[in-house]
Design a protein around this ligand. Structure first.
Ligand code: SF4
Length: 343
């Protein structure tokens, strides 16, 4: 265990005082922990009847373009200071960061930053935005909240990339210090979550997506397409219909190529043909903004005005160009108001 003091976690109950048994309330798994036990996420531990975070402050940092986070409607073509924390409450077979999952970061010599240090890195980077993403940031809930709060006080915008498999109360709290959220949807069925990510349900994830939408945060959704995940045309239709019915046709849906990794590293990447068929279906359902990700120079990576069809934002393999859209988010040709944030 790390020599540095651990940070007491929040969102847990003592359920047996005599035996010091506690139950975590951060995500719907709600692990019950005896003294010395860690949760499924490996990030929260019971020490003498109190819950502590093993990942508070541990993060990698890098600067990226915001489009790398599969976010197209929040400060397009901007640099982002990204914090990549450790561990996850899911265990996806195609996890892109398996080396950062299921570990105690103190034991591998990971770097640790206090919230004010991390926020200052955001300011010093010259970026307008900081992002929490890559592994699952909400596993480090307390550190993300503390850092995001300080970052907003320093006039930075905050983007959260999450799997959304969390309980409502902590999500409501984190939304107080977050400006935009992008959510990776793993499947459109509970069985799909269980089979490919070994935890989670679409029912719980949908509740959190609706909550974020109702809180009027800028919201984008990602859906990874591949036959091996049983995420193809039929599932794309289901998710697009759900977005149209329960959210709005203006919520962007990103269809992402599966890049082989972890337990599925022998697979071939998703074909462009399958991505294009799924794209057509989501457009037929009536969504205004459907994007293909990880398909360089494809026209379905661009943003077009849903009213007049004008090309508004061009996304090439190496650069993004904002072309025909005002800083207020209006199409320069027909003046349609679009839910795209520039300031
Ligand atoms: S956040 Fe971790 S410890 Fe808490 S319920 Fe979820 S998996 Fe268990």
């Amino acid at each position: 265990m790390s020599q540095s003091p651990l940070h007491e976690a929040e969102y847990y109950d003592v359920i047996d005082e005599e035996n010091q048994v506690i139950q975590c309330r951060l995500c719907p798994i709600e692990c019950t922990l005896l003294v010395g036990e860690k949760g499924k996420c490996f990030s929260r531990v019971n020490l003498e009847g109190k819950m502590y975070s093993l990942t508070y402050g541990y993060t990698d940092m890098k600067i990226d373009m915001i489009e790398k986070q599969h976010v197209f409607h929040f400060y397009p073509n901007s640099r982002v200071q990204t914090f990549s924390t450790y561990n996850c409450n899911l265990d996806c077979d195609y996890c892109a960061m398996p080396d950062n999952i299921g570990i105690d970061p103190a034991q591998i010599g990971a770097k640790k930053y206090a919230p004010d240090q991390a926020a200052m890195f955001g300011v010093a980077s010259g970026s307008k935005i900081i992002a929490f993403g890559e592994a699952e940031p909400l596993i480090s809930f307390e550190w993300v909240r503390d850092t995001a709060t300080l970052a907003q006080q320093r006039n930075l915008k905050v983007l959260l990339r999450t799997n959304a498999y969390f309980n409502k109360e902590p999500v409501k709290e984190i939304l107080e210090c977050v400006d935009a959220v992008t959510i990776d949807i793993k499947s459109v069925s509970d069985i799909g979550y269980q089979q490919k990510c070994h935890a989670g349900t679409f029912e719980e994830v949908k509740k959190i997506i609706k909550l974020i939408y109702e809180k009027e945060k800028l919201l984008e959704l990602n859906f990874v397409i591949h036959e091996a995940l049983e995420n193809t045309e039929e599932q794309t239709r289901k998710i697009a219909e759900w977005i149209r019915k329960e959210l709005s046709v203006s919520v962007p849906l990103h269809l992402a190529r599966l890049l082989p990794a972890h337990r599925l590293k022998e697979l071939q990447p998703t074909t462009t043909e399958l991505l294009e068929r799924c794209y057509q279906i989501a457009k037929e359902v009536g969504l205004d903004f459907v994007y293909l990700n990880d398909v360089p120079d494809h026209e379905a990576s661009n943003t077009y005005c849903p009213k007049c069809g004008e090309l508004l934002i061009y996304r090439g393999a190496s650069a993004t160009e904002v072309r025909r859209i005002s800083l207020q988010g209006n199409c320069n040709k027909c003046e349609a108001q679009l839910d795209i944030v520039f300031k």
